[in-house]
Design a protein around this ligand. Structure first.
Ligand SMILES: NC(=O)C1=CN([C@@H]2O[C@H](COP(=O)(O)OP(=O)(O)OC[C@H]3O[C@@H](n4cnc5c(N)ncnc54)[C@H](O)[C@@H]3O)[C@@H](O)[C@H]2O)C=CC1
Ligand SMILES: O=C(O)[C@H]1O[C@H](OP(=O)(O)OP(=O)(O)OC[C@H]2O[C@@H](n3ccc(=O)[nH]c3=O)[C@H](O)[C@@H]2O)[C@H](O)[C@@H](O)[C@@H]1O
Length: 453
């Protein structure tokens, strides 16, 4: 029986391994982590992350061929294929601070693999890493090899949170990069056979190691760039009376552009887009390509601009001060169908409002109050280090808001600021609200307020 061990039981390690286990009953899959609470939660009825469909998949194979354990060394030693899916956060200090990927967790995982291995291993980079990381990992492993043969593969993950199970069941593609040697090709083939249990062969792409590593950073950069592009347009829409939803629809009809990922918003969040672009920027700088670095930096700048533009809009609409005004924030996670708050734009928006002394009340059915307090107190980039465990999943409470009742109880004029274009603005206007929707023609009230930037 082939044995797979995955180091890192997070948003990627947990769901990806659960899907491999459910699709490959003949493979034993063990997910290990240094965090005992996380492993305990994976072994309990309340999984550590909320992801539609995940409970069913885990329940179908946990205890059969899927296991979660803190006995990292034992399972690494026994495995044929080791996935490494640990955090690769942005460095907070030292060389490259604020940009470069912090490979501390990756390096310690690699050193541990070298320490405990007694048989040949295929080591798979699942985490998103800088290009050429495989070379560094190879050095760590081969310099401590005791005659053991290691093959390093890059197999980046493209799942999005909220749709992880769907994405894993039907991936657009699986990407596997390996060394172009006979041993490298054999290792690629071995991993390909795992995915071939459920992914059509034409959707499994094989490349060299560096192409695979770079493709992951490139994919996230292109996706984030689309959002910054449409968000930049949303500012122009507000200035001109155009409607960003109409513009997105019109341009998305061009088959070369396509309709997806064109929703204007208060800015993109999540644990990866910003981190991976900063990492790309750093790699470009290190390779003497400042123009390329600046090009990608602009994607982050527009995202920051969009978040501060939203806060400025709220404050300027309410007579240029929100001091002591009560602001209810509905939704705190970085997108729907997740309890993940890493880099959520809500943090910047709330901090902006709190900075202007607003009284902010925050509600998200998937996020605990404790997590929200922690997020608002934390320094930039600190969140992605393992000591801060991510939110658990309180059970989802679905509830409809009674806007008429809310309006009746509010001071007038009453405002709704929609950073996601999800409310029915016309209905709210009929009730009497002044409504701001990102990138939509402005209410007369908002037009008369001072220009914002
Ligand atoms: N979250 C997402 O949607 C996606 C994330 N990625 C990438 O996957 C990687 C992991 O991301 P997440 O799963 O979101 O992170 P996460 O923070 O949810 O999980 C990482 C886990 O690794 C564990 N860990 C760290 N060092 C360890 C060690 N030496 N030994 C054992 N366990 C260790 C931590 O305790 C933590 O539970 C990152 O590189 C990220 O960029 C890629 C695609 C999607
Ligand atoms: O490397 C990663 O971590 C993953 O990053 C993203 O996935 P994720 O961050 O989970 O979620 P997305 O659906 O991409 O949303 C990211 C952010 O962009 C925002 N967004 C998305 C789409 C859009 O049209 N507009 C928009 O503002 C979302 O609200 C959210 O804040 C990518 O979509 C995945 O392919 C990738 O594997």
């Amino acid at each position: 029986m082939v044995k797979i061990c995955c180091i890192g039981a997070g948003y990627v390690g947990g769901p990806t391994m659960a899907v491999i286990a459910v699709k490959c009953p003949a493979i034993e899959v063990v997910v290990v982590d240094i965090s005992k609470p996380r492993i305990d939660a994976w072994n309990s009825d309340k999984l550590p992350i909320y992801e539609p469909g995940l409970d069913e998949v885990v329940k179908a194979c946990r205890g059969r061929n899927l296991f979660f354990s803190t006995d990292v060394e034992k399972h690494v030693a026994e495995a044929d294929i080791i996935f490494v899916s640990v955090n690769t956060p942005t460095k907070t200090r030292g060389l490259g601070a604020g940009k470069a990927a912090d490979l501390t967790y990756w390096e310690s995982a690699a050193r541990m693999i070298a320490d405990v291995s007694k048989s040949d291993k295929i080591v798979v980079e699942k985490s998103t890493v800088p290009v050429k990381t495989a070379e560094a990992i190879e050095k760590i492993l081969t310099h401590n090899s005791k005659g053991i043969n290691y093959q390093i593969l890059s197999n980046p993950e493209f799942l999005a949170e909220g749709t992880a199970i769907e994405d894993l069941f039907k991936p657009d593609r699986v990407l596997i990069g390996g060394r172009e040697t006979p041993e490298g090709r054999k290792a690629v083939q071995a991993l390909k056979e795992v995915y071939a249990h459920w992914v059509p062969e034409e959707n499994i792409i094989t490349t060299n190691l560096w192409s695979a590593e770079l493709s992951k950073l490139a994919a996230n950069a292109f996706l984030a760039q689309r959002i910054s592009s449409v968000n930049a347009m949303s500012a122009l829409c507000e200035a001109t009376g155009a409607n960003v939803s109409e513009v997105s629809y019109a341009i998305g009809k061009d088959s070369r552009i396509g309709p997806k990922f064109l929703n204007a918003s208060v800015g993109f969040g999540g644990s990866c887009f910003q981190k991976d672009i900063l990492n790309l920027v750093y790699i470009c700088e290190c390779n003497g390509l400042p123009e390329v670095a600046n090009y990608w930096k602009q994607v982050i700048k527009i995202n920051d601009y969009q978040k501060s533009r939203f806060v400025n809009r709220v404050v300027s609409s309410m007579f240029n001060t929100v001091s002591s005004k009560k602001v209810a924030v509905l939704g705190f996670a970085f997108k729907k169908d997740t309890g993940d708050t890493r880099e959520t734009p809500a943090i910047d928006v709330c901090k902006g409002l709190l900075g202007d002394k607003a009284h902010v009340s925050i509600y998200d059915p998937e996020v605990t109050e404790e997590q929200i307090q922690r997020d608002l107190a934390m320094n930039k980039f600190d969140w992605d280090h393992p000591m801060h465990l991510q939110p658990t999943s309180p059970s989802a409470i679905k509830q409809e808001l009674d806007y008429q009742k809310i309006f009746d109880n509010m001071q007038k004029p009453a405002f709704v600021f929609d950073g996601r274009n999800v409310v029915d603005a016309e209905k709210l206007r009929e009730i009497g609200f002044i409504v701001y929707s990102i990138g939509k023609p402005l209410d007369a009230w908002l037009k008369d307020m001072p220009a914002i930037a």
